[in-house]
Design a protein around this ligand. Sequence first.
Ligand SMILES: Cc1ncc(COP(=O)(O)O)c(C=O)c1O
Length: 391
Amino acid sequence: MSNRDFIDSFVDMIRDVFSTDEFVPLHAPCFGDLEKELVLETLTSTFVSSVGQFVNEFEVQLAEYTGAGFVVATNTGTAALHTALHLLGVRSTDEVITTPLTFVATCNAISYCGARPIFVDVDQDSLGLSPTRLAEFLEEYGEIREDGFCWNKSSERVIRACVPVHNLGHSAKIDEIAAICTNYNIAVIEDAAESLGSWSNNVHTGRHGLMGTLSFNGNKIITTGGGGALITDDAVLAQRARHISTTAKQPHPWLFKHDEVGFNYRLPNLNAALGCAQMKQLDRFVLEKRQLAAYYEEWFGDWPKASFFTEPPNSRSNYWLNAILLDDRAARDDFLDRTNRVGVMTRPMWTPMHTLPMYQNCQRTDLTNAEWIEERLVNIPSSATKLSTNE
Ligand SMILES: Cc1ncc(COP(=O)(O)O)c(C=O)c1O
């Protein structure tokens, strides 16, 4: 069986699964009548901006779903990350450990605080930050000094936080990562932008560290158009996040008084209305995406040319973006080229952060696994869809 036959069969299978001869997107949002009703209700009420019932309601629904003590809705996932790092006091003399395999927003949020990322390699079986590589790095460079913080002996800067990412919806080995960070007094902020609906050791992603962040961008499992949230069990941090993301405005019926430099990061009511309706569909989205993943797993089981990436042990994934691993970069590029040319959207992994011009001089561990994955991984169509086999 040639590579070409394999790709042709894949395209036929995708057209069958999504019942279309037209363009198949990587991930399309799905809106029902309730979405239209609640958005219209917001327009009729005229409360489209920062005041309105839907922001609170959306936060309550997210808290119930994730189990988080507190939720602060923001206008992007990037804003939630920036807020979380800012609240930790991350500043220009600091460093933040993260992974090179992430969307650029993770590193940008670190840069907004003036700090520098340190790139630690990922594991091949989770796509997330490797606890082994993290422990090795901190063993070599980390030193707790008199101020109680972990200093990087090579840069003479404080490593104030670690931001592991749950890539493509799969959980990183977050409990191990959190335990290592606790030993070095490094705060953990989980970038759970892609993993609403994913659990690690029966705890929702984003709840294993001090704070977690979510994204509701148009391509995520649920969307508010643009949006995000900061989740935490810490009441003081939640209150600070709410304040700082509302331009640090002191509550008052008519006076505009701000007690520090804040951000205009709160989620508008219009977007939250969409979010409330989307939350009602979340269980179905997760179920259908997991069924699609199971179908793919079986289908790719028959093909030696590709292996389907399945959820890591002790976790339950939302399978936000399904992924296959091909033999090498040439096979990857051929697959990407042929599928996109016939209207089946596929995509490589994010370009690793340490290769981007603004992050190429950052300190890093050996990144063999991240590079291995980036050379081989392809995301395939992943929209929630009702499979005919489930009818
Ligand atoms: C891993 C990761 N972090 C952060 C973000 C940023 O979220 P947003 O686009 O809502 O700002 C995204 C997605 O867009 C993401 O995939």
